[in-house]
Design a protein around this ligand. Structure first.
Ligand SMILES: *Cc1c(COP(=O)(O)O)cnc(C)c1O
Length: 404
């Protein structure tokens, strides 16, 4: 069986994790702080806070901005549940909007969904393809939408417009107009979950890039404390002489990253551009070249003059089929020992959101993308021989299912 997305675990990772285990310091400490500095340099944002997951990072930022009952947050219908669930945790209303043929959120649909209750927009860079950030940033700055904004907290008053909180779980290393994902909008959250491009087993990072008069370093300190029960000192500072005394400034959360996680991240980040992204792009190019010749194949966008993907997963679509046919193709591919996936079942189709009254009929593009989509494996250890097997198996199975 060719697996879908195993992590890259080699001797370098094992050595660095072992070094942490032997160091006597396994929770948040020097390696996490170093990883944060290197991520800041990499993404080009002002400051970076590592956390236990992207979900925790997104929720921490919604809480920081004061999102609460009565507020609305705009989320694409086509994403993983984390993006919307964190909004529900805060007591706010999820306002789903439709996406475009390239899987990313429709900026026109966002514009139609904005109301005086809108506090945050959460774009998602599906499969690593950056959203149209210029258009999204322009939208929230429009005088009409600014005038509509109802600030309730200090942070909301200071920003005085809708916050753009980007879910970049897939797109670490993606580029838009030459700039890396991380400094394209107010706040960007990375995921380092085991299936993501750059993994720490579980983990995430909040990239802070708020405009003046916000002080991103001060916000970093505030969020750092918020990720540790609102404590004034972290575990490392408490080990220093006289460091035992601390205060609790607010009832914070517990979502800090450990140095064990950060040690994996340090190795992965050091070889990310020159090694990981290069290999992922090669796999994308091979798939694109092989499938381009088939009339049934619709290829994903992954590079143009404006944008470069992080090549997270290859979202192949089959033209003119319904979801039952897609499901039969997937069964046939699995029967030939290749693991594929679907990214994503639109959230309005999930039981919880359906029961909340969302209707997939309102998101026709998300439904069409989902119905015809098959995600192909892309990972560092996928060899050229394995890529050739995937291509042969997909081509054979599609031919077999479409002919009868
Ligand atoms: C994986 C994923 C997340 C959640 O990441 P975690 O680090 O597991 O919390 C959020 N959004 C999208 C689009 C994802 O694919």
């Amino acid at each position: 069986m060719i697996p879908f997305s195993p992590p890259r675990i080699d001797q370098l990772i094992i050595d660095e994790v072992t070094d942490t285990l032997r160091s006597g310091w396994i929770t948040t400490g020097p390696k996490t702080k170093k990883f944060e500095k290197l991520l800041t340099a990499y993404g080009g944002q002002q400051s970076t806070l590592c956390v236990s997951s992207a979900s925790a990072g997104l929720e921490l930022m919604l809480r920081w901005f004061g999102v609460t009952a009565g507020d609305e947050v705009i989320v694409p219908a086509y994403t993983y549940a984390a993006t919307a669930n964190v909004v529900v945790h805060c007591g706010a209303r999820v306002v789903f909007v439709d996406v475009r043929e390239d899987f990313n959120v429709s900026v026109e649909a966002i514009a139609r969904a904005i109301t005086p209750r809108t506090k945050v927009i959460m774009p998602v860079d599906i499969a690593g393809w950056p959203c149209d950030y210029d258009a999204i940033n322009e939208l929230v700055s429009r005088p009409g939408f600014r005038a509509m904004f109802n600030p309730a907290t200090e942070e909301q008053k200071m920003l005085n417009r809708i916050l753009v909180l980007s879910d970049a779980a897939h797109s670490v290393g993606g580029r838009y107009h030459g700039r890396r994902v991380g400094n394209l909008t107010d706040i960007t959250v990375y995921s380092f979950h085991a299936v993501k491009n750059l993994t720490t087993a579980e983990g995430g990072a909040i990239c802070l890039n708020l405009p003046a008069p916000f002080d991103n370093e001060r916000i970093y300190s505030k969020l750092n404390s918020k990720s540790l029960h609102g404590q004034t000192k972290d575990a490392l500072a408490k080990t220093e002489a006289g460091g035992w005394r601390y205060d609790i400034l607010e009832p914070g959360y517990k979502c800090n990253m450990t140095d064990i996680q950060a040690s994996m991240g340090l190795v992965e980040l050091a070889r990310y551009d020159a090694d990981m992204l290069v290999r992922r792009k090669q796999i994308f190019d091979r798939y694109a070249e092989a499938f381009r010749v088939h009339a049934w194949a619709q290829l994903p966008d992954y590079e143009n003059e404006e944008k470069t993907s992080s090549y997270h997963v290859f979202l192949l679509r089959i033209r003119g089929i319904d979801s039952e046919t897609r499901d039969r193709i997937i069964s046939g591919i699995f029967a030939r020992e290749v693991a594929v996936n679907v990214h994503f079942v639109p959230l309005p189709m999930m039981t919880y959101y359906r029961n909340e009254g969302y209707d997939i009929a309102d998101y026709p593009v998300a439904f069409d993308n989902y119905s015809r989509e098959i995600s192909l494996p892309v990972y560092y250890d996928l060899t050229d021989e394995m890529v050739a097997v995937v291509i042969r198996v997909v081509t054979e199975t599609v031919a077999e299912v479409l002919c009868c």
